[in-house]
Structure formats: structure tokens, C-alpha cells
Design a protein around this ligand. Structure first.
Ligand SMILES: N[C@H](CCC[C@H](N)C(=O)O)C(=O)O
Length: 280
């Protein structure tokens, strides 16, 4: 069986997209793990399936590069919207996309027939510990932990997927690759967590690096940027509209006190085909 795939990225967070509208029951987790390998596979932070849905125009299913299923992906859903419009799946510029973190509204900004940016209604941030999930009784989800001889203050927030937001003085040379996995796999987080390291610069800019659950350090994380922005607003560090600067670029984020909106670009990289029998 030969499957066509499309490689895309959102600020360097890159994905393999496969049309699975026929709802093929393959071992997608195993395929994600193999196809995402950068030396022996196509390479990517995740595998995204275009799936049928009775709750929206389409459903986005996202597997991390370790084969784990994730509820939502903020960068991938922008790629998903661009993919659907420019490959002729739809001529609508306002899309309703179903995900395992609920239905998301997408607003495509078109320039000369191409999707220039995508604005996503990411929905409300989730603070209830049992819904993140995080093992804490702290009412404000601020948790102090000791890892690798460092005391860190974590703010736990879900954007449909779990995030541990940590403010640091200097993010550029922070040991993300050492500390990230210790928090990703910490017993505080029964479903593991994405980890955001955030610095508030003197000019009021938020700069962030991210260790993603099931992936490792990535160039950008859309849900993570939203979680970091919400934590920054709630701590009075920034106003309710601003930018988060990531290794891969800038995301514009608004938190109106109830819902989070994120806007950014998406890009095609290449197309290809894989003979499934060689990968399973
Ligand atoms: N690693 C994440 C999924 C991808 C999220 C990220 N790539 C984004 O843009 O939101 C998780 O396991 O929750």
C-alpha cells in the first residue's frame, strides 16, 4: 500500500500530513515513530492525519514523534488549515476542525489565493488539576519542585494538552535538554507534560523555549506558547495581547480572560510517497 504524504511546518515545528479520510486502521503510532525519524525516515516532530468528523469540517489527529497520541497541536492545526484550503479540500476560510481537545475555529487569511496566516480560537485555558492532569492541591497550580539541584516554580495549565510553564531569568542558555525530560516525566504529571521555559525581557517581550512531551526540544510549540502567555497574563507580567518569541519565530496571542487566540504562519516543504509495508 502506497500512501502520499505532505511535509509542512509552523515556525519550524514540522509535521508529516497524511490524508486518512478513508479511516484506514493502520498502526499509526508505529508509523509515526518510524516516519518521524530524521535519519532513517521522512523526519518530523509529529504525524498528522486528516480524518473524517461529524463534529466539524474535518478532524485533526496528531501523533508525537515517539508514537504517543496528543490531544492537540497549535502549530500543526495552522498547517492543517493551509493544507485543506490550498489542496482543494475546502474553499471556506473559516473552518471548524475537530480534535481530541475539542472543536477549534480557524480563520484563514488569504493573500493572492494562498493562506498567509491562520488565526486559531484555541479555546479556554484549563486550570482544574484533575483535567490538566497534575497531582497538586495548590489552588493556583503554582508548584515548587526540586530537579537537578535546582528549585523551579511551575505553573500547570492545559490547552487541551498539559503544560508546565517555568519562568527563568535567562532562557537562551538554560539547560532545556537536561531539565525538560525530568519535568516531562515527573510523577506530578500522570500523563507527562510539555515544558515551557519563559523569559520576560526588559522590553516586555516573552521569549520561550520548549521541551515537548513525546518529542523533545522543538523550534516552536503553539499550545505551549498559549499556556506561557496565559500564565504571564495571570501573573501580571504582560497585557492580554502580545507576542511570544520562539526559536522558530513569533506567534501573536490574545487572552481575553476566557479564550486564547493564536495567529501565525504555516508552510509547505515537500510532497512524497511511502510504501507502508516497508515501515510496519
Ligand atoms: N507534544 C504535544 C503535542 C504537540 C504540541 C505542539 N507541537 C504544538 O504546537 O502545540 C503534546 O504531547 O501535548
Amino acid at each position: 500500500m502506497v500512501l502520499e504524504f505532505t511535509k509542512m511546518h509552523g515556525l519550524g515545528n514540522d509535521f508529516i500530513i497524511i490524508d486518512n479520510l478513508q479511516d484506514k486502521k493502520l498502526d499509526w503510532s508505529k508509523l509515526a515513530k518510524k516516519l518521524c525519524q530524521r535519519n532513517t525516515g521522512i523526519g518530523g516532530d509529529g504525524l498528522v492525519l486528516v480524518s473524517p468528523s461529524d463534529k466539524g469540517d474535518y478532524k485533526m489527529v496528531i501523533y508525537n514523534s515517539d508514537g504517543s497520541l496528543a490531544q492537540m497541536c497549535g502549530n500543526a492545526i495552522r498547517c492543517f488549515g493551509k493544507y485543506l484550503y490550498e489542496k482543494g479540500y475546502t474553499d471556506k476560510t473559516n473552518l471548524v476542525i475537530d480534535t481530541d481537545a475539542g472543536v477549534k475555529q480557524l480563520y484563514l487569511k488569504i493573500n493572492e489565493g494562498l493562506v498567509e496566516t491562520v488565526k486559531v480560537d484555541m479555546g479556554p485555558p484549563i486550570f482544574q488539576p484533575e483535567l490538566i492532569p497534575v497531582n497538586t492541591t495548590n489552588s493556583d497550580n503554582n508548584i515548587k519542585i526540586q530537579v537537578a539541584q535546582q528549585e523551579l516554580n511551575i505553573t500547570a495549565i492545559s490547552m487541551g494538552n498539559p503544560h508546565a510553564v517555568i519562568f527563568v531569568d535567562q532562557v537562551e542558555d538554560f539547560p532545556v535538554k537536561e531539565i525538560g525530560p525530568l519535568i516531562e516525566n515527573h510523577p506530578l504529571f500522570p500523563q507527562k507534560t510539555n515544558v515551557e521555559f519563559v523569559q520576560l525581557k526588559e522590553d516586555g517581550t516573552l521569549v520561550m523555549r520548549v521541551w515537548e512531551r513525546g518529542v523533545g526540544e522543538t523550534q516552536a510549540c503553539g499550545t505551549g506558547a498559549c499556556a506561557a502567555f496565559v500564565a504571564s497574563v495571570l501573573k501580571g507580567k504582560v497585557k492580554n495581547q502580545g507576542e511570544v518569541h520562539l526559536l522558530g519565530g513569533v506567534l501573536k496571542i490574545t487572552f481575553d480572560g476566557e479564550r486564547v487566540f493564536k495567529e501565525g504562519p504555516a508552510a509547505f516543504v515537500f510532497e512524497g510517497k511511502v510504501k507502508i509495508e516497508e515501515w510496519l
